[in-house]
Design a protein around this ligand. Structure first.
Ligand SMILES: Cc1cc2nc3c(=O)[nH]c(=O)nc-3n(C[C@H](O)[C@H](O)[C@H](O)COP(=O)(O)OP(=O)(O)OC[C@H]3O[C@@H](n4cnc5c(N)ncnc54)[C@H](O)[C@@H]3O)c2cc1C
Length: 288
């Protein structure tokens, strides 16, 4: 319950934030919504000497459409995602996913950028971002780079973010009109992390799959893109046999950790079940 003492910094601009990161190096942690970092500090799993609060950086807020992309500031909260008319209309998968994250209080604080940067396989945004073909703007003191979500998650709590970098913006290609979507999440209770979950984006041409993206949550050290299942489905009718085979291919890449949510066999089977459900719901929502 009691974190170690730390110094608290509130930069007003990004250059100030980079200067603080440079000054305090490994002893500093960025603070976003604080709903992963502070729990870890209270248990003394993390003991930074300096917290750099990103809360006053207005340039890290907001959701807007820019050409063919939706651009979301890293400090945008889960509730702001849920309430966004733009996302409800053009990117409902993100709204459906955010609604299943934690509880209302946590969603007032927790941010999209924090959920992604944390690199916890239990978090929901990593798979949602892979399914949405998102990319991330990683800004350093001198330059910024844009990296795809698919490939960003390297291991448990490990991402492509390097020391001194800040995730500033999330970019999502506006999904094609008529796309179907679904985030199917199995959890023990409201506010819990997934036992297993699957995010799907789907485009149909008649009864045939034109394109599909599938990503899995909490069934491996990182979120997983189910590429074999995607490849198998493209150009095929989405019938029971195809859905079952896609689920089998998704289960084949699972490598879950055994814990109180279940053993390896159960979590793997549930990843298959969530994949089947997400594909069926996405298909029912897609234009044919
Ligand atoms: C009871 C409870 C239930 C929860 N259930 C879920 C759930 O079901 N699904 C889910 O996805 N999450 C869940 N969470 C986690 C929650 O969504 C967190 O808010 C989220 O994981 C981290 O976001 P944050 O803004 O709070 O980040 P913080 O806790 O402030 O930061 C997390 C980490 O990311 C780093 N960081 C933050 N922002 C940036 C940035 N812009 N650039 C670089 N690094 C950055 C920080 O330095 C820190 O290491 C739950 C949390 C609680 C307390």
């Amino acid at each position: 319950m009691i974190p170690r003492p730390f110094e608290y910094h509130v930069p007003k601009t990004l250059p100030e934030a980079f200067a603080l990161l440079g000054e305090y190096g490994d002893d500093a942690k960025l603070l976003a919504g604080g709903h992963s970092l502070l729990p870890m500090m209270k248990l003394r799993f993390a003991e930074p000497g300096h917290l750099i609060d990103l809360g006053k950086l207005v340039e890290l807020k907001g959701i807007r459409e820019d050409g063919s992309e939706i651009r979301i500031g890293a400090m945008t909260t889960e509730n702001e995602l849920i309430w966004s008319a733009l996302l409800q209309e053009k990117c409902p998968l993100l709204v459906e996913g955010a609604r299943q994250i934690s509880d209302p209080q946590v969603r007032y604080r927790g941010t999209l950028g924090g959920d992604i940067s944390h690199g916890d396989p239990g978090n929901d945004h990593p798979a949602l971002m892979i399914a949405l073909d998102a990319s991330f703007v990683l800004a350093g003191k001198l330059a910024e780079r844009v990296v795809p979500a698919d490939g960003f998650f390297l291991g448990t709590y490990m991402t492509l973010l390097e020391a001194g970098e800040i995730l500033t913006e999330i970019r999502i290609p506006v999904p094609a009109t008529g796309s179907g979507h679904c985030y199917a999440k199995l959890k023990r209770k409201s506010g819990d992390f997934a036992t297993a979950a699957t995010a799907v984006m789907l485009r149909m041409r008649g009864e045939t799959v034109e394109d599909v993206r599938i990503a899995l949550t909490n069934v491996a050290p990182t979120a997983l893109r189910a590429s074999d299942a995607e490849q198998y489905l493209r150009g095929k009718p989405l019938d029971d046999a195809a859905i079952a085979e896609a689920a089998r291919l998704a289960m084949a890449i699972c490598d879950p950790a055994e814990d109180l949510r279940g053993d390896v066999e159960y979590k793997t089977a549930m990843a298959g079940e969530m994949t089947q459900r997400a594909l069926r719901v996405a298909c029912s929502r897609a234009a044919h």
